[in-house]
Write a protein that binds this ligand. Sequence first.
Ligand SMILES: Cc1ncc(COP(=O)(O)OP(=O)(O)O)c(N)n1
Ligand SMILES: Cc1ncsc1CCOP(=O)(O)O
Ligand SMILES: [Mg+2]
Length: 212
Amino acid sequence: MDTRCRLYLITPPVLEPGFPDRLARALDAGDVACVQLRLKDAPRDAIRRAVDALRPVAQSRDVAFLLNDDAAMAVETGCDGAHLGQGDGDHAAARRLLGERTLGITCHASRHLAMEAGEVGADYVAFGAFFPTATKETVHAAGTDLLEWWSEMMEIPSVAIGGITAANCGPLVRAGAEFLAVVGAVWNHPEGEAAGIRTLEAAIREASADAA
Ligand SMILES: Cc1ncc(COP(=O)(O)OP(=O)(O)O)c(N)n1
Ligand SMILES: Cc1ncsc1CCOP(=O)(O)O
Ligand SMILES: [Mg+2]
């Protein structure tokens, strides 16, 4: 596992026609470790169609493609894994279903949930929200102390999420987050998604140099 902090890109809540080209531009702009398809209110057949359109864009660039919320559909549709929250079914059963594929689990701001996720075999634990976000209503607020504690105690990588931008990500990188999960900072960047990726990557590089 690469110890450098990397970007974890989540799709916007709604996909416009032409989104596969936007995804390609984002992935061609810099280093992205994985893409998560997150369509909260879409019917299942629309999610399947979105997987069919977007999975090749990521996988052809050696970027892992994960599906939010549904481990069974992730397996059926050829995704590289699934991201599950605390209300997204039985994590142990999902672990068995996914086999070697990636399983990521939301742990909010909880050490206890993160240890439980580790026990069921999660490949990463996700903490957040670190900052206010317009993408999702959040009730949990995480701090850098959690990332520091986790990275000192555990081998399992952590993902930080929630309102992360190039301007505020430095402390998360220095606290040991292995991945920064972002939506708005890329898809709502005023100069476009490629600029969003480039500015985040530059901020991560700068913070990593401080931490070294
Ligand atoms: C990387 C990552 N971290 C956290 C979440 C949130 O998952 P969940 O709590 O299940 O909420 P929804 O995303 O399903 O609304 C995530 N999707 N990805
Ligand atoms: C899915 C999710 N879970 C916690 S915050 C969040 C949204 C992150 O989006 P943004 O990067 O735009 O704040
Ligand atoms: Mg979920």
